[in-house]
Design a protein around this ligand. Sequence first.
Ligand code: HEC
Ligand code: HEC
Length: 301
Amino acid sequence: MSDFVSDTWHYYVMGLVILSLLFCVWILASNMTRRVKGPVTLHSHIWDEDLQEYNNPLPRWWMWLFWLALIFGAVYFVLYPGLGRFPGKFGWTAVNQYSAEVAAEDAVVRPIYEKYMKQDLLAVAAEPEAQAMGQRLFLTYCAQCHGSDARGAKGFPNLADNDWLHGGSPEAVKTTITHGRIAAMPPFGPVLGAEGAKDVANYVRSLSGLAHDSLRAQRGREAFAANCVVCHGPEGKGNVELGAPNLTDKIWLWGSSEATIIETATHGRMNQMPAFGERLGEEKVYLLAAYVLGLSHAQAK
Ligand code: HEC
Ligand code: HEC
């Protein structure tokens, strides 16, 4: 519990605290002059030519405040930590207090989590109360990458649509959040060359019906068949096992412009969804998965 590297510091701090208390006692005691009997005399010193001081004792109520404060301090040091490493009779620590508060909160929340854990993920996804809890978790842990509306941004997938890089089944979504995902698209610059990359980009654009140069697309089709179908599939429909996106829909993670596709094909893309299983625990992941599924199912209706 203590960070002191040697006992010396423990005694040093203890000594300083006790000496300070004793010093205050001494100051107070030495100023407890009794009320002077008879006429009040003047001190002998004079300031600013004519300023003099009566020899009155300090007000008693005021002295008592100091004594009370000192007693309070002494009692405090017996009950609570403060004297070097001495833990205090109550054994209070900030960690204890924190754990107790967390435990109290858990006792309230756990039954709610347990109730949901027993239900089917899709049933939880349909419950407004669970969605509200999921949303709060999402705003805390996920919004910085996926956006507060879960609609994502360049490089960060939209979770509110029904298009999935890694699969949209309840199991797949839960696995994504628990273990994270790594998506690696290798660079093809050296293989394709500048012209080849442009050709293949035109072919990729043709897959989703975007404007393209048909001659280039024709050439690009061969390069695609030779280099890209392993992951994106013969028809370019992607592969959830590898996180390779479907290139035939109109949903883009990085962008659909010719320049962006050339960039993707030339330099590749490395993308990672961090794992949250250990950090958040099974229950929170469950609610988050339900929240994400709820969003995309609402979209599908
Ligand atoms: C540091 C940024 C970051 C954070 C934080 C983050 N994600 Fe992700 N997430 C990503 C990236 C990047 C991907 C895409 C990975 C890829 O390209 O395959 C992703 C993918 C996903 C997917 C898969 C989407 C699909 O189409 O298959 C889900 C589901 C998901 N995230 C949910 C969450 C949830 C829930 C949280 C909060 C607990 C979260 N993410 C927090 C960056 C993040
Ligand atoms: C080893 C598997 C693999 C190969 C081979 C591969 N890709 Fe990819 N590709 C991926 C993955 C994985 C992603 C997703 C990267 C991410 O999530 O950021 C991707 C993403 C893309 C994207 C971005 C899609 C979007 O929505 O923005 C394009 C375009 C693309 N690939 C085109 C190609 C082309 C063209 C080739 C062949 C020259 C190719 N890929 C070869 C795995 C591959």
